[in-house]
Write a protein that binds this ligand. Sequence first.
Ligand SMILES: *[C@@H]1O[C@H](CO)[C@@H](O)[C@H](O)[C@H]1NC(C)=O
Ligand SMILES: *[C@@H]1O[C@H](CO)[C@@H](O)[C@H](O)[C@H]1NC(C)=O
Ligand SMILES: *[C@@H]1O[C@H](CO)[C@@H](O)[C@H](O)[C@H]1NC(C)=O
Ligand SMILES: *[C@@H]1O[C@H](CO)[C@@H](O)[C@H](O)[C@H]1NC(C)=O
Ligand SMILES: *[C@@H]1O[C@H](CO)[C@@H](O)[C@H](O)[C@H]1NC(C)=O
Ligand SMILES: *[C@@H]1O[C@H](CO)[C@@H](O)[C@H](O)[C@H]1NC(C)=O
Ligand SMILES: *[C@@H]1O[C@H](CO)[C@@H](O)[C@H](O)[C@H]1NC(C)=O
Ligand SMILES: *[C@@H]1O[C@H](CO)[C@@H](O)[C@H](O)[C@H]1NC(C)=O
Length: 830
Amino acid sequence: MVTKNLFLPTILVSLVSFSFSTSFTPTDNYLLNCGSPTNISLYNRLFLADSAKPGSAFLSPGHSISLKNQNPPSELPALYHTARVFTSSSGYKFNIKKNGTHLVRFHFSPFVAQGFHLNSARFSVLVNGVLILRDLQLNSTNTVLREYILKVDRNVVEIVFTPVNVSGFGFVNAIEVFTAPGDLIMDEGVKLIGAAGSQVYKNLSSQVLETIYRINVGGSKLTPFNDTLWRTWIPDDDYLLLKSAARRANTNYPPKYEAGGASRDIAPDNVYMTAQEMNRENSSYQTFNITWNFPVASGSARYLVRLHFCDFVSRVLNSLYFNVYINEYLAYGDLDLSTLTFRVLASPVYVDFVVDSVDPGVVQVSVGPSVLSNTLTMNAILNGAEIMKIENIESEETSPKKKNIWVVVGSIIGSFVGLCLLLLALLLAMKCRKKKPKPRPAESVGWTPLRVYGGSSHSRMSEGTAYASPGPNGYFALRIPFADLQLATNNFDQNLIIGSGGFGMVFKGVLRDNTKVAVKRGVPGSRQGLPEFQTEITVLSKIRHRHLVSLVGYCEEQSEMILVYEYMEKGPLKSHLYGSGLPPLTWKQRLEICIASARGLHYLHTGSAEGIIHRDIKSTNILLDENYVAKVADFGLSRSGPCLDETHVSTGVKGSFGYLDPEYFRRQQLTDKSDVYSFGVVLCEVLCARPAVDPLLAREQVNLAEWAMQWQNKGMLEQIIDPHLVGRIRPSSLKKFGETAEKCLAEYGVDRPTMGDVLWNLEYALQLQETGQQREPHEASNINGPEPPTPGSVPHIPSNNIRREGEDGNYNSDLSTTKVFSQLMTNEGR
Ligand SMILES: *[C@@H]1O[C@H](CO)[C@@H](O)[C@H](O)[C@H]1NC(C)=O
Ligand SMILES: *[C@@H]1O[C@H](CO)[C@@H](O)[C@H](O)[C@H]1NC(C)=O
Ligand SMILES: *[C@@H]1O[C@H](CO)[C@@H](O)[C@H](O)[C@H]1NC(C)=O
Ligand SMILES: *[C@@H]1O[C@H](CO)[C@@H](O)[C@H](O)[C@H]1NC(C)=O
Ligand SMILES: *[C@@H]1O[C@H](CO)[C@@H](O)[C@H](O)[C@H]1NC(C)=O
Ligand SMILES: *[C@@H]1O[C@H](CO)[C@@H](O)[C@H](O)[C@H]1NC(C)=O
Ligand SMILES: *[C@@H]1O[C@H](CO)[C@@H](O)[C@H](O)[C@H]1NC(C)=O
Ligand SMILES: *[C@@H]1O[C@H](CO)[C@@H](O)[C@H](O)[C@H]1NC(C)=O
């Protein structure tokens, strides 16, 4: 998630968020001074008398008593001088204007009056029938605050205090019920840390969360004065395991909220302006962790751990890499805050994790340098931490009879559902396992693809990205002898180099049968790109599509890693857009290229059982053949979609800067909507003919997506289009195109269209350009699924292109890869 302000001019944003920094206005906002006939102000907030008039709007009928402390300590705020005591189940009712996440706080400050020793009270509290506080005993005379974050899905919040027999009464001094900012707790799924490996915890916003710790790491106590949600943050010193390992750091400059994921409502300035960093004074070259231990109740429970970061410590970007551990599990490896914040230093972000508590009841958080750290600058920081217990919700039934029936029915349904789930899980597990072919004896040493399945240390692959069987019809058939490739590339002639990248060099080559190929050769002897290499083989050998660059073969001899692709005569889309002096493409050509790549991507997402996420969509990974037909290339980073427990891949952020889905790298979660975002950036590039990121431009123009969406929002997108296109795009076509890009770039993945929808919209934009006519309204409003393409808008397919797809672009699975291979090999001129 990016702040909502991402697309506004950044300077404006700072001003706006600054002037409103202390004025978050909740829709529902109930503050009660319980047991008192007077209104009282605390921290600039007015707590209303709950007993001004009998049967007042909030107090439910039932037996309760107003109690006043006759001798309050002088320093105790007046809010705590009174309390309401409940001697039978009763409480308050608040009308709710806005459904969704709310904060509920209870203030308990025991005193003695009228024979009631409030610190001996024992009671439970229910909110809308959900037991959130069971058998509370305070024992002390200190003021205790309990805070809950919960979702309200009805028009009322009803709070009931139920005395437990022993004491016979419950009490409360003050209550707060107010609407939380919409982005406080979100539902994209949170990384679940535990023995089972990394999984995803979903549906967080439906849970009741109880705040256990709220820590301003490296800083001082923050009171509700200093927080837009009136929270209290306490210093971390008491929880540091080894105080000498950490050193306080702080900055005088307010954090730059606009870039990263956090807003002032997530945590206030002061949290992000202080931190603990590694104290390397005595031990400059040693690596060690800074560790905090937060005691929690023992027993099994789950906790949401929200960690806040703001890198004001680094002097330059991308110089701080560190690992985050929770309960000794690696929670986030090689965390690079620069990437998370779109390359802005001192910009706040937060990352959520869910953990199970471990005996003897502790949540342990550690940060320490990663292997990517430079020894000179190695460091690790933490600015803030929140730990919230995820409550096991129990609903209290009102009628015991009903309860019994429901228990019986419930258990029947429950066991049936349980059985079904078990079956489903078994089936899925079998499916996942089936996809992992049995280990075979290694036929050759080194990085042969077989190792992928052999349970070797390259576990990233064996964890579930096994794609194709290496059987006789699998990708073994695509092996090409090294000698053939030497011949094809004139022994890797430097003059034939057509590109280079992280993986190595790309050479133009001609095979014996005159097939033109692109030969991608990994640095010999280096294992650097091994996982990507294997991914690419397994993915590509399985997938054939007109708009995906085909793998012609691969070579794995003599510690070489070589991939051989069909040759794409016209090279990357990017060089036809800007920077290379090639003649500009027409709008129609550009639309056709976008449509073709959308089609390739749509097939990638939906065409195979698992669905594949490309992960690195950008204009250099869209290649054009001699007829300007676009194909999506470079699957080195791609992953298969969710398969039970590997819903999201979290091996660190990969992809290209400027195209990265903000939601993806903040949550380390990958969905096909991440590709949609990147594709939206490509659409902007195609329209504006400039790079996704251009650091030399004025600040508000640096990020293309941001810049383009500013103009799109103003309805003046035509102001910034490629000068070559001015006057050549029909307004209706541009409008459709702009809207499509805008949807792709939506802040949240759920709001983005699928590639199928994008495809449909682009086809429509092409049709508008060609005919200038709108479709029928009912057609135009169909954004739910791709329609069969209208014949006129299908990009021209060269006649010598072999037919290896069905009408819908699907690979005809009857055709064995060997056949495809031989067809490719004999297909001349490509
Ligand atoms: C408390 O404040 C509310 C809202 O401002 C007002 O309606 C009410 O009369 C006040 N009550 C007392 C006792 O001052
Ligand atoms: C209060 O005292 C009871 C009994 O001594 C104990 O079980 C309970 O844990 C105590 N509660 C707190 C909050 O200390
Ligand atoms: C809240 O949700 C409930 C159930 O979904 C609905 O009946 C109610 O009208 C909603 N209230 C508001 C204020 O939206
Ligand atoms: C609580 O009191 C009620 C009524 O006096 C009694 O029926 C019930 O058994 C008591 N429960 C406990 C747990 O003591
Ligand atoms: C989320 O959890 C709540 C409560 O546990 C449940 O009622 C709801 O159906 C869940 N929603 C989804 C989408 O799983
Ligand atoms: C918190 O707010 C109070 C009151 O506005 C102010 O005096 C204090 O300096 C603030 N604390 C910090 C750390 O900013
Ligand atoms: C650094 O040295 C001081 C003084 O010798 C010592 O007290 C402190 O524990 C040392 N810190 C570390 C991290 O070793
Ligand atoms: C940091 O803590 C983690 C988890 O406990 C541990 O695996 C790692 O070795 C520690 N690193 C250092 C340098 O002590």
